[in-house]
Design a protein around this ligand. Structure first.
Ligand SMILES: [Zn+2]
Length: 432
């Protein structure tokens, strides 16, 4: 099963089919099937996934040589990748899948839609400097208006985009085989679950993760004076150092096995578990993509802040042929938006993490952190424009410049989360 080809290179099929061999393994018990899942995953990441955002360069279908961060994936691809990660977590117990899930959920998926969730684009890319209705083929595989935010167009994604967060929510609290509860992805929620020998408990989770480092879990749902003994498992991500946990204010010594922290306890109503996951700046270098650089703060990957100018268009004019929107839909209430850059984007990045400054901002009142104004985190960094790195004849950003392209004067730049940036540079050319 260690093959270097797949039967199909369509991005959505690829995202869905990570889960299929592992699913078959549960029935067949043939380890070769399980290996195939990992083989497919490493094959895709190795060739087309040398980019931030947890996805891979495909557009419609992966093509030999098209590996630059300007290649994108369908919104369907994001949703199906997230679902594969969630299913694979339950099938394998391997936290690798949760880390990829977060990468897609926080960094790629939110930028595929307008912030009011009324329109989406077919293709979203780690480096994407114009979101218009032009045809960007042959730079991207698809021919047609696949970059603009259209509420009518691209039926497959219209049907699928709304499932990403519900699937995610379904997996916030999982049952463990030993009668416990496993909290492997973090988000505000309240879960009712059966633990131990069938006792019902609730776990109330409060956090602004991934924009905060604290997670508070409160146990409830038991009768007065009742206690129940069960293990609570918490995921410690690989990007954190110095994670610690308290139970009712007391630091506890617990062991972490394969990224899972286990707290075996006699629980009662009101017990509080506080988990602290310190975040820090880290850097990734994408050697296969011209040593381009991405900056992370915890699980959040940062993008250049590019001023976005929205232009309203008639959705009927920019929809692709198979759209078939609802008869009588009022197009004036459902406009398309094209997004253009109103500030330079062709920056190389000064990679020195010590020269970057993290700015924390208040949590937004409307609970929507994925836009320029609301983002709870910004980073001040330094960069310089790269001479000759611009857009091709279709408006698509050119592939990453090489090391010889001249860098201009170093200036201050601002980075925001990729998920909050509809126009973005998230794989930067290095200064040298
Ligand atoms: Zn789609």
């Amino acid at each position: 099963m260690q093959e270097s080809s797949l039967p199909n290179w369509h991005n959505v099929n690829v995202a869905e089919c990570f889960r299929e061999p592992a699913e078959y393994f549960l029935v067949s018990k043939d380890p070769a099937a399980l290996h195939a899942t990992y083989n497919n995953y490493s094959l895709i990441r190795r060739i087309y996934g040398q980019v931030p955002g947890g996805m891979f360069g495909s557009d419609e279908n992966c093509r030999h040589g098209y590996i630059d961060p300007r290649q994108g994936t369908e919104t369907c691809g994001f949703v199906e990748q997230m679902l594969s990660d969630e299913i694979l977590m339950a099938q394998t117990g391997d936290l690798l899948w949760m880390e990829n899930l977060e990468d897609v959920a926080f960094n790629s998926y939110p930028a595929s839609m307008t912030e009011d969730l009324r329109a989406l684009r077919y293709l979203t890319c780690p480096n994407q400097v114009q979101a218009d209705s032009n045809n960007h083929n042959p730079g991207v595989d698809n021919s047609g208006p696949f970059f603009c935010m259209n509420p009518f167009s691209s039926r497959c994604c219209q049907h699928n985009h709304s499932m990403g967060w519900p699937y995610y929510s379904q997996n916030l609290m999982l049952a463990s085989a030993d009668g416990g509860a496993a909290c492997l992805i973090y988000a505000d929620c309240k879960a009712t679950l059966k633990v131990a020998d069938g006792q019902t408990v609730t776990i109330d989770e409060q956090t602004h993760y991934p924009f905060s480092e604290d997670i508070l879990l409160t146990i409830g749902g038991l009768k007065k004076n009742q206690t129940v003994n069960f293990p609570l498992y918490l995921r410690i991500p690989t990007w954190t150092k110095g994670a610690h946990v308290t139970v009712n204010g007391k630091t506890i010594d617990c062991q972490v096995h394969s990224g899972l922290l286990q707290i075996q306890n006699e629980w009662k109503n009101g017990d509080e578990v506080k988990l602290y996951l310190p975040m820090r700046l880290t850097k990734r270098v994408w050697a296969l993509n011209k040593n381009s650089v991405s900056i992370n703060y915890g699980p959040i990957t940062m993008s250049l802040l590019i001023k976005e100018r929205y232009e309203k268009k008639d959705s009927r004019e920019t929809a692709i042929g198979d759209s078939h929107w609802q008869e009588g839909a009022d197009a004036s209430k459902w406009p398309t938006f094209e997004i253009y850059a109103d500030s330079p984007w062709n920056y190389a990045l000064v990679e020195n993490l010590h020269s970057m400054k993290v700015e924390k901002r208040p949590w937004p009142e409307n609970n929507y952190p994925f836009n320029h104004e609301n983002t709870p985190i910004r980073i001040k960094a330094r960069g310089a424009c790269v001479e000759g790195w611009g857009q091709d004849a279709t408006g698509l950003c050119q592939i990453l410049p090489d090391a010889r392209a001249r860098r201009g004067k170093v200036e201050e730049i601002t980075l925001i989360p990729m998920g909050a940036a509809r126009l973005r540079i998230s794989a930067f050319p290095p200064m040298r």
